[in-house]
Design a protein around this ligand. Structure first.
Ligand code: ADP
Ligand code: ASP
Ligand code: MG
Length: 407
């Protein structure tokens, strides 16, 4: 008998019929003799809808109040699901974040889980019930409701699985598993059977939203196997597990993209010690994450600094940078929101030279200009004009032999 945590995403619980189907599925597993703990998202589109309501009230909604609002999405699905289970003659018990409690820090809208006591969940399991946990939400030490950031139900699921020492955490979604690239923009994408935590972590960080980044971090740290699979079919999905030797045979495992990028250039900054610190300290104090940075030296002891920030933080970052630019005597500040980042990921890159240059060749052949580059041991990323994103993803997918017909 295994202990399984099953998480169902927004599309899997998008309406009453789907919730009933999920209940049937969970009960089937229970009947096979496994203990199941369920984690649910809000109905598809619901979190976006709630955000749109908040924006009608305040242009930058108060984060504490926003969390109170957003947490209602998951409250609806866990209660409806538990009713569906009971209607089928089985027993379920729903839990909001504060009832378990899922203890987090106080960083509203992007809280981190600190601890999950398991007493209530274990008691429910012992009583033969199916515990049903609201994803995405927690409670801080003041007793205030927090949320974990978009896609955060994945993190709830993995954290609950780790706390309960479950055998596996199954993430049910609207695709068959983790693909070599987003199947919704590249029809030639292939499902990956097994992928390492490290590669999955890079993919998640570089835009593959099929798993939320922190959920993969958690799984990797505690060696919790993840099974990403479809809630609409019985097909086996993708196992996210520890790296093994066979994984290194594949040079590039996946292509990812992110349109959530914006670029800022500070022109003609006096080139002297401390300039980078004066420029980037105020940005990091505002909790804005700077990704790529390029410094170009000009004549006359001047330099240009170009860097990227998440699109959502662009306006705030521009305001801060303009202020600092004046202070440090820069000539001007320019910005561009129309960019994206395409990346190739693979543990096989560690032992092979020439992967980056092949990527540059492929992009060049398709007429895609590269604006910025960054590399690490297992990935290469290029910033390009946003309008070429899909073209670049498909070209790289084909160029690195990932298309379906190659298998
Ligand atoms: P859920 O609501 O179940 O959490 P998400 O929308 O968060 O689902 O994640 C699933 C989506 O992730 C897919 O519909 C797909 O468009 C997208 N996606 C992006 N990259 C990949 C990838 N490499 N493999 C699979 N899906 C991907
Ligand atoms: N409902 C939340 C969101 O849409 C959390 C999740 O679905 O994972 O981001
Ligand atoms: Mg998701």
């Amino acid at each position: 008998m295994a202990l399984v945590v099953q998480k169902f995403g927004g599309t899997s619980v998008a309406n009453c019929n789907r919730i009933k189907r999920v209940a049937d599925r969970v009960i089937r597993r229970k009947k096979q003799g496994d203990d199941v703990v369920v984690v649910l998202s809000a109905m598809a589109g619901q979190t976006n809808y709630l955000i749109s309501l908040a924006l009608e009230m305040q242009s930058q909604p108060d984060r504490r109040e926003l969390d109170v609002l957003l947490a209602t999405g998951e409250q609806v699905t866990i209660s409806l699901f538990s009713m569906a289970v009971k209607a089928r003659g089985f027993d379920a018990e729903s839990f909001l974040g504060y009832q378990i409690p899922i203890e987090t820090d106080t960083a509203h809208t992007r809280a981190r889980i600190r601890n999950i006591p398991t007493d209530r969940l274990k008691r429910a399991i012992e009583q033969g019930k199916i515990p049903v946990v609201a994803g995405f939400q927690g409670v801080d030490n003041l007793g205030d409701i927090t949320t974990l950031g978009r896609g955060g139900s994945d993190t709830t699921a993995v954290a609950v699985a780790v706390a309960l020492d479950a055998d596996v955490c199954e993430i049910y979604t609207d695709v068959d598993g983790v693909y070599t690239t987003d199947p919704n923009i590249c029809p030639a994408a292939r499902k990956i059977d097994r992928i390492s935590y490290e590669e999955m972590l890079e993919m998640a960080s570089l835009g593959a939203k099929v798993l939320e980044i922190r959920s993969v971090e958690f799984a990797m740290r505690y060696n919790m196997p993840l099974h990403v699979r479809s809630s609409f079919t019985e097909n086996p999905g993708t196992m996210v597990v520890k790296e093994d030797e066979s994984m290194e045979d594949v040079l590039v495992s996946a292509v990812t993209y992110s349109k959530d990028e914006a670029r800022i250039t500070v022109k003609k900054v006096p080139d002297k010690p401390g300039i980078a610190a004066s420029l980037f300290n105020p940005i990091s104090e505002a909790n804005i994450v700077v990704d790529m940075i390029i410094q170009n030296t000009r004549e006359g002891n001047l330099t240009d600094m170009t860097f990227t920030v998440p699109k959502g933080d662009y306006e705030q970052a521009m305001e801060i940078v303009k202020r600092t630019a004046d202070e440090i005597g820069a000539e001007s500040v320019a910005g561009d929101r129309g960019i994206s980042k395409v990346s190739i990921v693979g543990v096989g890159m560690r032992n092979h030279a020439g992967v980056a240059s092949k990527m540059f060749d492929i992009l060049a052949r398709h007429g895609v200009n590269i604006l910025m580059i960054s590399t690490s041991e297992i990935k290469v990323s290029c910033i390009i004009d946003e309008k070429f994103t899909e073209l670049a993803v498909r070209a790289l997918h084909e160029g690195f032999g990932l298309d379906k017909t190659d298998s």
